[in-house]
Design a protein around this ligand. Structure first.
Ligand code: AMP
Ligand code: MN
Ligand code: MN
Ligand code: MN
Length: 284
């Protein structure tokens, strides 16, 4: 195909920490001119059959998707998987295992928040949860906004939910090797999500990209709602250096919270191989 394609290969539904159903997202993507779509819920493929059917009903091409939480050298990194078989047993089991510790972690987060005077955060966050196996920091952020502690979710993360803050609980997610292997083993393509978000040193970033490639990873997000315009160029260059294909996705979560709408980012810079070129046979 071409780099000039309105592909949006990263967003979230109520199956993880988004606020819209897969059907509402499909309708919104289509209305915004998306031609190729993927729903990439955190550590979940439970919405994939619904999303594929909704895309078909809208006359939009579809790639299966997920976004796996990984712990790499003590930091959380996200790996997007695209174009896999959503019923693959190892992938489904691996994701179940990755989701496993979330409820306990959420209870500990709630204890941390109680210590600074915010009571009932676990129950409060649960009200926003669409999937009981997937309680995330985003749901806590929504509760703290609703209860008037903060004005917006970004502020909650800054003050309460990031490293060193009262509601932050370190967590051990999947390994980089497992995440990439689950995706590729299910016939899909693994993509490093929003690399600029990790604030790695040049050596750490080199290690991430090198190990990712060694495990069989093939893509990197270049144009994402989490990158600034100069960062598109930085990671276009990284993609070329490492011989990785490039992806594009809004990381849309909610009409109220997301600053980047589905399907509205710039196209991929030229001289890159788009991930959808490598996934032609997996497009539905
Ligand atoms: P978790 O998987 O529970 O650690 O939650 C991670 C999610 O929190 C991400 O996928 C984002 O949706 C959200 N998030 C992380 N940092 C921020 C931030 N600074 N502002 C708003 N949402 C954030
Ligand atoms: Mn999220
Ligand atoms: Mn992410
Ligand atoms: Mn995401």
């Amino acid at each position: 195909m071409t780099t000039i394609l309105n592909a949006d290969l990263h967003c979230h539904s109520v199956v993880s920490d988004g606020t819209l159903t897969p059907e509402a997202l499909a309708e919104r993507a289509k209305a915004n001119g998306v031609e190729l779509w993927a729903l990439t819920d955190h550590d979940e493929v439970g919405g994939q059959h619904r999303a594929a059917a909704a895309a078909k009903a809208q006359g939009m091409k579809y790639l299966t998707g997920t976004e796996i939480s990984v712990t790499f050298i003590g930091h959380t990194v996200h790996i997007v998987g695209l174009g896999f078989d959503p019923d693959n047993a190892e992938l489904v089991q691996g994701l179940r295992q990755t989701r496993g510790g979330r409820t306990e972690r959420a209870m500990e987060m709630s204890e941390g928040l109680a210590k600074v005077g915010i009571k009932g955060a676990f129950e409060g966050a649960l009200k926003f949860v669409g999937n009981p196996e997937l309680i995330s920091r985003t749901h806590f952020a929504r509760f703290l906004v609703e209860s008037g502690v903060c004005k917006e979710t970004n502020e909650v993360f800054r003050k309460f939910l990031t490293e060193g803050k009262p509601g932050f609980v370190p967590h051990k997610w999947a390994t980089l090797k497992d995440a990439v292997t689950w995706i590729t083993g299910a016939g899909g393509l693994a993509v490093i999500a929003h690399p600029a978000r990790y604030k790695f040193s040049p050596n750490e970033e080199f290690a991430l990209f090198t190990e990712f490639k060694n495990h069989g990873g093939q893509g990197v997000e270049v144009v994402t709602g989490s990158h600034s315009v100069p960062e598109y160029q930085v990671y276009a260059e990284t993609a070329r250096e490492f011989g990785l294909a490039a992806s594009r996705g809004s990381d849309f979560h909610s009409p109220e919270e997301s600053h980047t709408e589905l399907g509205t980012l710039p196209f991929l810079p030229g001289q890159l191989t788009p991930v959808w070129d490598l996934l032609a046979s997996r497009i539905q």
